[in-house]
Structures are given as C-alpha cells and as structure tokens.
Design a protein around this ligand. Structure first.
Ligand code: ADP
Ligand code: MG
Ligand code: MG
Length: 880
C-alpha cells in the first residue's frame, strides 16, 4: 500500500502533533469535539522530510492523495476547486510541531483566477469583496511562492489610493481593485519573468512546495535557534476551506487568549477587526479592537466564543491562543494552541490551575520553562521614581527596558554588537524583524495589537514590548519620531515599561524585583520533588546572601582569586608574586591574611548552617600583574624624558623583567591550580589559615560553619595528597591556637581528563569531587575557551560540526562520559563520596537533566540561576 501523506481533519487528533504539526493536530482535535472548524486536510511533516531528502521534489503519490482529499471537501461543501460557478477556495497554512508564530508562510484565497473571481462575485453578490480577495491572493502568492517583495505590492496599492485621492484600503472600489490586480500581475512578471498561474492545480502544487520551503527561511531558522527547536523536524501543510471575515460589517476576524499571556490573570484577552481577513490582526498592520467590544457589537457571537474558549481550555487543560473568523454572523474557529506566555504568566497560570483543580502540582512544574525564569529576576522600574511619561501604548510584554532609539532591525543588531543598549521602534514589526527584537532591550510599535506576531514573539523571548502606541508618529526616512511637539531622534534615550504601556523620556534607574508568592510556591513544589541539591557559585557576602534568598543550599564554588583583584589589594598581591625571597613573600602574605579572613568571615556568616566550598588560588599568577606591553611603553617614555627619574626607571625595568619571567606559552595549561600550591605552599597556607581563623571566629559567635576546602586542577593523586596534608597541618595549628574544632572536609575539582580516569585513586584522598566542567570541557576538547569562542566555535556550531556550544550545554558523549566515569570510579573507592558540578553547566537546563541522570549530589550555579536550577532539577526528577 502506498504511504499515507494526507490526513483529513476528521482522521487526526491532538496526539498526532509530530506527524500533523501542532496546527493540524489541533484542527483535527477541534473537529473531533464538534467545534465549528472549516473542513480541510493536513499534509504530514513526513512529506516535508521526504521533500528535503529528494532534492526538493514532492513524493509522486502525494498529489493523488491531495486530489482525493479535495473530492471529499467538494462533496461536503458542494463547491468545486477551480470551477467557475461554485469555486472552492482554500488556505494553505504552515504548521510545525512547535508553534513558530508568523515565522513560516500562509496563503489565503487559493483557487482564485480571472474566471473563478467572477464566480465568487456572483455567488456572494459582492463584487468588491471578490476582487479584494483576489488581489490579496495574488499578493500573498506573488510574495510567498514567486518571491516578489511585499513592498512592491504595497507600493502599487498606495499609488492607486493616491490616484483616487483616498486614504484607506476600504475606500477603493471594485474597479480600483481590478486595476490593482492588473498591475500586480505585471509586477510579478517583471520581477520573475513568469506569469501568475491561472490554473488552481498549479497554484496548489506551488503553494505546498513554498510552505515546505518556508521551513528553512531565515527568520524561521533564527527563531529555531533562539528556542532550541531542532532543524530536522519539518513543517506540515494544512489545506482548509476558506471562510471570509471580509464580507462586510457582519464579518470579522480575531485572536484571543483564554488568560492574559502577560500577567496570567484569568480573563479573556483578545482583539478583533470587523470586515477583515485573519492576517490583518496578526500581522500588526492595523491596530485592532479589544475583544470586550465584540460583546457590544455581536453579543451572540461573543457569548458562543466565550463558551468555546472555555471548552478548549478545559479540554487541553492549558491556556489557549485561539484564532477565529466570523463570516456573515457565523463563528468559525481556525486555530488553537497552548498560548505563549511570559514567565510571570506561566507561573500564575500554573498555580491558579492547580487551585482550580485543572492540573496537579507535577503538571504545574512541567508547565513552566526553566530558562524563562530569569525574566522574573529582571530589574524593574522603581514605583516611587519620578517618571517623565511621554506616551502610552498597549502593555504587550512586561518588564522595563532603557536604551537608545533605533528604527531598523539591522541597526538594532549592529549597535547591540557594538555594546549599545537599544530600543527598537517601528511603525509595526513583522516576523522579519526577529533578529532586531532579539538584539534590542525592548520593542515599541505605533501600530498593531497585543496579539500581533511581534507581541507574541517578544513575550516568548521575555522582552519588554509596547504595541499600538498611536501617539507616536514615526518617520523612518528622517529617523525620528514625534509625540506631539516633542521630536526624538535615533540615538536618544527612552525607557519603556511593558507592564503599563508607558513610554518614558530618558534613562530610568531600575531596582531589584520582589519575588511573587506564586513564584515561591512553585519553587517550593520543585523542592519537594527534586533529588539534586542546588548550590551557588559566590565569592562575596552580597552574592552569598542573594543566593540564599533564591534558595541556594550552600556554596558550591567560592573562587578566592576575585578577592585578590580588589583595587586596594593589587599592590600587595603583586608584592607577593614578585617576591624574590621567601621572607619577602611571607611579609606580603601576612598583610593579605587579615583581608582574606574578613572575606571568609562574611561568607560564612551569610551561609550560616550551610556548606561553603572554597577553592584555593587557581589562575596563573601573571593575571594579577601589569601588562608587559604597557610597561614597555612606560619605560620607553621615561627613557625619552629629559628629567627622567633613574630610580623609577630601574623599578619599572625590574618589574618588566619579572613579569616577563612569569609569562607562559600556554597559561591555560601552565603554572596554575594546585601547581601553585605545590611550588609556593606558603600561599595556600595563608588561605587555609584565613579560612580556619574566620571559621573559628564564626563558631565562637554561634554561627554554624561547614567549610569544604577544594584543591583545583588535580591530575595525579599525589598532588592532592600533598595539598591535603598541608590543609590538615594548618587546620590543626589554627584549631589548637583557637580552641575551636571545625568540621571541615577536603576534596578536589575534577577538571582534567586524567583526574576523571584515575578517580578511583584520587578518591582515596578526597572527601568530595566537584566537576569543573568549564576546564574539563577545555581539556577534553583541547580547546582554549576564549580562543575557541573568538575564532572557530561559532562556525563549528553553524555548520553543525558540533551540535552545540559545549561551553553552554554540556557535551554529554565526551565530557559527560568523563563525568560518569569519575563518579563511578570515585564511588567505587569511597561509596559516600560527595559529588557536584560547578561549571557554568550547573545553571543550564539540559545539563542539569544530565547531572540528575548520572546521580550527582548537587549542582552549583550563579546566584540568579538558582531558581532555574531548582525547577530544572524538579523537571528532571519528574521526567524519569
Ligand atoms: P500563522 O501560523 O502564521 O498564524 P496561519 O496559518 O494561522 O498562520 O494563518 C494566518 C491567518 O490566516 C490566521 O490567523 C487566519 O485568521 C487566517 N486563515 C487561515 N486559514 C484560513 C481559512 N481557512 N479561512 C479564513 N482565514 C484563514
Ligand atoms: Mg495562526
Ligand atoms: Mg578550573
């Protein structure tokens, strides 16, 4: 039997998303539960894959199946595809497994040509409508299938309006549209040297191919990259009988969310336009009316829409984003999907739905995307600050953002790369602006509603967004915008508040957000189910406190080098490094000791009762020294100076010589980590002494301390053994001296392959392992991170030589194998060995899943990632 490529809506259901795409599966499901969905069929994503595998040709058998499906549509409607008297018209719509609003292409009114348009006019008794549909079709087909820029068509419509001295599209008559259609066809021929096809069979074939191709257009690719959607999935094609929202004032089209996608509030949130076709709302070219107005204008329709919305939400037990069209007083549902929402809305909706009994706590945990959570921690506007509000638009996506005005997406991308903060200001944004939205701090548009694609996409990315701010008059040519008598230029600062819709002049200082009760509730549920502990990387009391506030259960990595880089300490640190005798070095270390002690005291205090993992000095010493080139320049300057100071010159020359001596060919693999402690044990000894002195002081003050002392970059057990002896020796000395017994442990980082491979031996000397996956990734690949990211890694990822940047998402097959081996070998020697991870991967969702799977005890990440890690760890436990 031939393969099935085509599924009628009545043959599918919501479970068939990977085959039918989200849109197709949900159209089928809605058909099944008896909602008013115009009939149609779906060409599967498998056909898309086949199309790409067979050199951009469609499977033979596919068209026979399409024809059979058409026969069924014709039988149900009594209309015939391509026939003049009773023309059947369809939409051809993209739709992949993951919804990608506006990123791929859709064509409406397909089946029209010079003959059928006449039939449509007769059938509906509405000539103007028929020709309006026809020109829309040629426009979409010309653009999507034949590749003629949108702009050319818009230009021709503008010209026609000018000719007739009218302002609105709706003022153009049948005759006008006929003339426009003629010009459209000429335009298509001019740019493509091909005629607009009159044969509906040819139209449908080409449209299907175009939709498949749109899977790989640039904006879809960018969207997939941002949202980590795999490239191989492909899209389905939905062919559906047209219904018309543009048949007059008893018709219309709209979009609604069953709950507010910005705040999560339980209220119907939507917009509509009377006498319009679907694209008009979502494309953001006209600013639509809020849905509540529909209640006044068409009360019956409003009521039945509310009913359907509720039914759909209950059916999917999730917030839905629903597209509808009203044709001459009859309501049709054209799409439903889980609505995209901000983090705030996701959390509120999940918590409310648990309360309403729609879902349980575990569902709620799986409903919130961990990577979205950092939106909750973004700074916000100070409510008490004095604000110079200059305009107000629709609050489309919450959050506050300040930046310089830019008017073009490319410009936004360029300036952001140069290090500027920008706000993208546009009359409307289209999906083609996605790279600009991504780069900008926030988006402001003068047209378009809250359900426009721009708003949906911004919310999905957690960008502040204000739409439909009609007070703003934008002049793209002059690169300026006017609000009343105020004119702002490109580069001027504004601030937008996406929660209120306020546009504010200038830059406004932002403050720390407060965590909502619901946010805390959700994380408390996460804590109930997760197995992994979550710690934070912090090396000062402020970060430690923040981490604790956000739920950290200890410090997984306290880097001591940052403490050395403080301005006032640098000269002492330099003195220590450049010392030529042990005495000289010890003198410097003596000065550093009380400072280090203070550092640790503050951290222990903040982490009262929780473990604090302190790593002894790790980076190559020359990182603390002046730059040799700068020094050489200074020396040269001194030498040229008539009144030069000999002493000063001598000093600088000595310094340069010493710094040069310390320079390494390959610092990443050079004299760093425990190699420092082995060559200069007095440095580590000072740090250890400081730790124990601070711990003792805390303990006498009633603070509970649990220090874990970590030796970095161990590759051979003997390195650890020697350093551990040093720790014990100093610890004993301080404990005797202070009379305080400290419950401490000593362990190591596993961050070079040899450590993972010989983990069994190393475990003999370690109480814990902390996988330093940043260095472990560097040493496993043999990449230096900075060189890789600066030079070739980008190309590697782009060309799919590597599936992902391994410094962001843990390379499970390679680096992950070493982690697995390290845990296994380590525990085989010491069953209760504590294991954790402290690389940046500790704050990344998929890496956390891996950490759960391999049975690590904890992950450690930066303080602001702690909530993400708590939720990810819970999801990992639930996804078993
Ligand atoms: P997207 O995925 O970009 O939202 P859609 O396939 O949903 O694209 O199509 C965009 C709009 O076109 C829809 O919002 C809908 O209003 C309109 N549309 C699609 N199919 C039909 C149809 N059969 N009849 C009327 N309008 C349609
Ligand atoms: Mg849609
Ligand atoms: Mg390291």
């Amino acid at each position: 039997m031939a393969k099935k490529w085509v599924y009628l809506f009545r043959e599918g259901n919501a479970q068939m998303k990977s085959l039918l795409g989200g849109k197709g599966a949900n159209l089928a499901e809605m058909t099944k539960i008896g909602l008013p969905v115009p009939p149609g069929f779906t060409i599967s994503t498998e056909a898309c894959t086949a199309f790409y595998e067979n050199n951009h040709t469609l499977p033979e058998e596919l068209f026979n199946q399409v024809r059979t499906a058409f026969t069924e549509l014709e039988a149900t409607t009594g209309k015939v595809f391509g026939q003049k008297e009773q023309p059947l018209l369809v939409s051809v719509r993209s739709g992949s497994v993951h919804s990608m609003p506006g990123m791929m292409d859709t064509i409406l009114n397909l089946g029209l040509n010079d003959e059928t348009v006449e039939g449509l006019a007769k059938l509906t008794g509405n000539q103007r409508f028929a020709y309006d549909c026809y020109r829309r079709f040629i426009q979409m087909f010309g653009n999507v299938v034949m590749g003629v820029d949108h702009y050319h068509f818009e230009h021709l419509i503008e010209k026609q309006k000018g000719l007739r001295s009218v302002l609105l599209d709706t003022d153009l008559t049948t005759e006008d549209w006929k003339q426009v259609i003629h010009k459209f066809k000429e335009c298509i021929y001019m740019y493509t040297k091909e005629s607009f096809p009159q044969d509906p069979q040819e139209q449908i074939k080409k449209a299907i191919v175009a939709v498949f191709k749109s899977w790989n257009n640039q904006r879809a690719q960018i969207y997939r990259r941002i949202h980590q959607i795999p490239d191989h999935l492909g899209t389905a094609v939905n062919v559906q009988i047209m219904v018309f929202g543009n048949m007059g004032n008893d018709s219309g089209t709209g979009v609604a969310f069953t709950r507010n996608p910005s705040t999560g509030q339980k209220e119907l949130y939507g917009e509509f336009l009377i006498n319009a076709q679907g694209e008009d709302v979502v494309a953001g070219v006209r600013t639509p009316e809020p849905i509540i107005k529909l209640k006044e204008q068409m009360p019956k329709i409003y009521e039945s829409f509310c009913e359907i919305a509720q039914k759909l939400e209950a059916h999917y037990s999730d917030m839905q984003d629903i597209e509808f069209t009203i044709e001459r007083g009859k309501l049709y549902i054209l799409q439903t999907r889980a609505g995209k929402r901000t983090a705030q809305a996701a959390i509120t909706i999940a918590c409310n739905m648990v309360e309403e009994g729609l879902i349980d706590k575990h569902d709620a945990l799986l409903r919130v995307a961990p990577e979205q959570l950092d939106q909750m921690l973004h700074p916000c506007l100070d409510k008490d600050a004095k604000l110079d509000v200059i305009a107000k638009g629709l609050p489309a996506s919450p959050g506050a953002a300040s930046g310089r005005i830019v008017f073009e997406a490319d410009e936004a991308e360029y300036l952001t790369k140069q290090g500027y903060k920008v706000i993208l200001v546009r009359p409307e944004t289209t999906p083609e602006d996605i790279h600009g939205i991504l780069a900008a701090q926030g988006v402001l548009t003068s047209r378009g509603g809250m359900t426009s694609h721009a708003a949906v996409v911004a919310r999905g990315m957690g960008k502040a967004c204000i739409c439909g701010c009609e007070q703003i008059k934008i002049d793209l040519r002059k690169k300026e915008m006017a609000i009343g008598s105020l004119t702002l230029n490109e580069g001027d600062f504004i601030t937008i508040d996406g929660s209120t819709g306020h546009v504010i002049l200038g830059e406004v200082p932002l403050i720390e957000p407060t965590l909502s009760e619901e946010f805390k509730q959700l994380l408390a549920w996460a804590d109930e189910v997760r197995h992994l502990h979550v710690r934070a990387n912090a090396d000062n009391p402020v970060d430690a406190k923040k981490a604790r506030e956000l739920g950290a259960e200890g410090i997984g990595l306290c880097r001591t080098e940052h403490m050395f880089m403080e301005q006032s300490r640098v000269p002492i640190v330099q003195q220590m490094i450049l010392a030529e005798t042990l005495e000289e070095r010890e003198e410097a270390l003596k000065k550093l000791l009380p400072m280090q002690k203070e550092d640790f005291y503050g951290i222990f205090q903040a982490m009262d009762g929780l473990p604090v993992n302190i790593r002894l000095l790790d980076p190559p010493l020359h990182e603390f020294l002046p730059n040799t080139e700068e020094l050489a320049v200074e020396i040269a300057k001194l030498q040229c100076d008539e009144s030069m100071d000999r002493m000063e010159l001598n000093k600088k020359e000595t310094l340069l010589r010493k710094v040069r001596n310390l320079q390494e060919f390959n610092p990443m693999l050079g004299h760093r980590g425990c190699r420092l402690g082995l060559i200069y044990p007095e440095i580590y000894a000072m740090q250890i002494e400081a730790i124990f002195l601070a711990a003792a002081q805390c303990q006498t003050e009633g603070i509970r301390v649990i220090p874990e002392i970590m030796i970095p970059l161990v590759g051979h057990v003997n390195e650890l053994k020697t350093m551990r002896e040093l720790v014990n020796e100093v610890a004993t000395k301080v404990q005797t001296q202070t009379g305080e017994t400290i419950p401490y442990t000593v362990g190591t980082m596993i961050e070079v392959p040899r450590a993972a491979i010989t983990a069994r031996e190393i475990a003999a000397e370690a109480d814990f392992f902390s996988f330093g996956t940043n260095d472990l990734t560097q040493t496993t690949f043999g990449f230096s991170r900075d060189d890789a990211e600066g030079k070739f890694l980008h190309t590697y990822v782009e060309n799919k030589i590597l599936p992902e940047n391994p410094f962001i998402t843990l390379d499970i097959e390679g680096v992950g194998s070493l982690v697995r081996l390290g845990i296994h070998e380590g525990r085989s020697r010491k069953p209760n060995l504590k294991t954790g991870i402290c690389g940046e991967h500790g704050g990344e969702k998929r890496s956390i899943q891996f950490c759960h799977d391999v049975g690590l005890d904890y992950v450690s990440c930066s303080p602001y990632r702690v909530p993400l890690a708590r939720l990810s760890a819970a999801q990992a436990a639930l996804k078993k």
